[in-house]
Design a protein around this ligand. Sequence first.
Ligand code: CU
Length: 199
Amino acid sequence: MKKLIQLLIAVSVAALLGSVAGAAANGTLAGKVEVAKGKKGENTVVYLKGVQGEYTPPSEPAVLNQKNKVFIPHLLPLQRGQAVRFKNSDTLTHNVHLYWGKRSMLNKSQAPNSYDDWTPKRKGEHLILCNIHQEMMAALLVFDHPFFASVDSSEFKIEGIPEGTYTLVAVRDVRGKLKEKETEITIKGGETTEATIQY
Ligand SMILES: [Cu+2]
């Protein structure tokens, strides 16, 4: 019995040490999105493919604003379970219409200077249109983990990534269609990995 208890203690200490070591084995990705001459780097979303594990979504909503009949930002990344705040900052009425594939998920008229919160249950691309203004278009990109970023200029940083090999994906809207570019990256604990994606 004593031996068994000693063994159990040894096993739990080892597990504890293992989890501490695991927690320390996170790395950083410092990336760059390079676009062809004459094109701007904004409206690019980068994310990791091949992430394991469960991650609690942030409690604060990701905001999609509507101003001067434009959705801002054009591509909004967020984590599944996190709310999206559709905000109308205009003095006219908008109507958010959200699709997941061909399926209509939300169709909501919005009075001037109002907002509505909505939480996606599915991951992946969600198209957003306005029923009143045909020129308005945006997309939500919903992930199961927090390892994504919105790239405003050209550089981005993603921290706390578990050690491993992943596919880094950059998504841009190229004339109304979302286009992806990929590259392989390896994250090592306590280190910063650099990566560049070219468009
Ligand atoms: Cu509108």
